[in-house]
Every structure is written in C-alpha cells, then in structure tokens.
Ligand binder design. Structure first.
Ligand SMILES: C[S@@+](CC[C@H](N)C(=O)[O-])C[C@H]1O[C@@H](n2cnc3c(N)ncnc32)[C@H](O)[C@@H]1O
Length: 305
C-alpha cells in the first residue's frame, strides 16, 4: 500500500462519539488531529520534484483507466460524440484525456469503434499538474475541446461553472481522497446527466462478494463504513442505497492492492445519498478513511474539504 511506503509518518485519528459531542468540539484533540491530517494531505497535493511521494501516481494512461474501471467504461467513452462531455475528477497530469484525443484512439478500441468525433473533456485537479505534453497537445485539440481546471476541489464548483456530463471518471481522485465521501458523491451525481455514468474505483476495500481480506497483513481496509450498530457496510452496498442510480461493482486483482470498480448510472433526478459521518482520516496516497452511516454525529471541522 503506497501510503505505507511513502515514509509519510501518518497519525491515526479515531474520533470518539463522546469527544465529538463535547461542547468544546472546535478545540478538541480529535479536531486538531483531523486538521493536522488534512494539512499533511494538502502537502502531498502540493508536492513537487523529489518531494512527490512515490505512491502518488499522477500520470496514468487511458489504457490504465480502461483496465481499472468497470468493463462498460471503454464502450461508454468510445460512444461519446462531439456534443457530449467527459469530466475526469482528480486528473493528475491529464494523460487519460490527452490519450483520448490522440488521433487514431478510436481505431485502437476493441472492435474498431466508428470515429464519432471527440467529446468535450474537462480535467479537474486540486493542484496544477499540467506538463509540457498537456500544453502542446491540448492546444492542438481545438477551442474548448479540452480544459484543465485546478485550485479547487470538485465539491467547490457549481453546476453553472461546470455544467453536466455524460461520462464522469475518477481514478484514485476525489472518490479515494475526499474526507467527506457522501458530500463528494452527492456533488458528483449533480454533475451527471440523466442516463450518464460515473466510473470510479477504490483500492483495498471489502468487495461486494466479501471474500477478500485487507491487502497488508495486520492492516485494515483503506475505506471502511460501519452502521450505527457497529456492523460493516460494504462500499458497494452503500452506493446501491443511493436513490435514482443503478450500480454495478466489479472486484479485480489486476492491480496491487486489488481494486473494486464501480459504475453508477443515474436513472432519475431525485438522487439522495445516505450521509456518512467521517470517523477517521489518515493522510496518504491514498488516505485511510473510516465512516459511520448517518449524520447524527457532528463531523470534525475540515471534513467538508
Ligand atoms: C493520485 S492523483 C491521480 C491522478 C490520475 N487520476 C491518475 O490516475 O494518474 C490524485 C488526483 O486527485 C485530485 N483530487 C483529490 N481530491 C480531489 C477533489 N476532491 N476534487 C478534485 N480533484 C481531487 C488531486 O489533485 C490529483 O490530481
């Protein structure tokens, strides 16, 4: 697990309900630790040169996306036309979008999909990771075909600013990194067109089938959700409890640690995402997170970032 290897010495924050309820919540050690973890995470985002942790991968190709995301992703992307839009949340250097706009991409798809013209593609990253490759290639794609937005998190954009998309991807981006996962999910689905799909994945998480164990002996899964009675809720089951979406979950061991890939298709507009209260956030690449279903507990300050 990359975050174990980076040497970033990260402190576990276990927020106890009683602490959260305390009147002095804003000053509590739990909140202080939480803020500390958020600031450690911020320095990973802003790291440059030799300071970038080894596990912080920012240059995955479209081929990597296709291998990691659910099997429907390849078709969904290839079937977009010039009037459609693709949003890549947590795009890093934006290589997946550049690969998609490479002449001949369509011919490389299995079955040789018909060339339909390229969808408008928007990359979002907290920090600006654009390279010379982006500067050179994006300029040749034509007005407004490719955009790279940075300095804000997905959750900070309005619908007026971003508009809606037929395909949204997130490969170890905001879905893996956000402290407040339910808020992130709600915002993301707000940017999705009806019948559009959100493709994402998580590393080292209990799969829908439930047979897998945490990748590292003695460690826990990277993202865990518990119900109010303390029992486990799988991420796949939580996604399936969102209204107005159809969800498929695919576990694969082709990555190390293994991943579970998710397709979330929006089938009506009345989307309601069951709230998750953040219990733990430990900075990393990606961070370790724990949640409890429900919003009865006050979230630690900074948890909306
Ligand atoms: C590990 S990199 C992954 C980059 C790319 N997807 C890849 O696979 O090469 C994480 C990316 O997610 C971005 N990110 C994390 N949380 C985000 C959020 N809430 N909104 C937008 N971008 C986010 C980071 O700024 C960074 O660009």
């Amino acid at each position: 697990m990359a975050h174990k290897n980076t040497g970033v010495s990260l402190i576990v924050l276990l927020v106890l309900q009683t602490l959260w309820m305390a009147a002095s919540q804003a000053q509590s050690p739990a909140n202080a630790s939480f803020r500390n973890e958020i600031s450690r995470q911020e320095s990973i985002y802003q790291s440059t040169g030799d300071q970038v942790p080894k596990g912080y991968s920012i240059d995955r190709s479209l081929e990597d996306y296709t291998r990691g995301l659910t099997s429907e992703f390849d078709h969904a992307l290839a079937n977009l036309g010039p009037k459609d839009r693709w949003l890549d949340i947590g795009a890093g250097k934006g290589h997946a979008i550049l690969d998609y706009h490479t002449p001949g991409y369509d011919l490389t798809r299995p079955g040789g999909f018909i060339q339909r013209g390229k969808a408008q593609s928007v990359a979002i990253s907290i920090e600006d990771r654009r390279s010379i490759r982006w500067q050179q290639e994006a300029a040749s794609h034509g007005a407004n075909k490719t955009q790279y937005l940075f300095s804000k998190r997905l959750q900070e954009y309005s619908l007026q600013e971003l508009g809606k998309f037929q395909v949204i991807t997130d490969v170890i981006g905001g879905f893996s990194y956000s402290p407040n996962l339910s808020e992130f999910m709600e915002k993301t689905l707000g940017f999705l067109e009806l019948n559009g799909s959100f493709f994402t994945l998580l590393q080292d998480v209990r799969s829908e089938g439930g047979a897998n164990q945490p990748f590292y002996t003695g460690a826990r899964f990277l993202t865990e959700i518990t119900k109010a009675d303390g029992s486990e809720m799988k991420v796949c089951a939580w996604l399936k409890s969102i209204t107005c979406v159809e969800v498929s979950c695919e576990f694969t061991t082709s990555w190390r640690p293994p991943i579970e890939a998710y397709r979330v298709r929006k089938v009506c507009d009345n989307v309601t995402v069951p709230a998750l209260t953040p219990l733990l956030y430990e900075a990393g690449t990606p961070p370790e997170r724990r949640y409890q279903i429900g919003s009865s507990l006050p979230a630690p300050s900074g948890a909306t970032r």
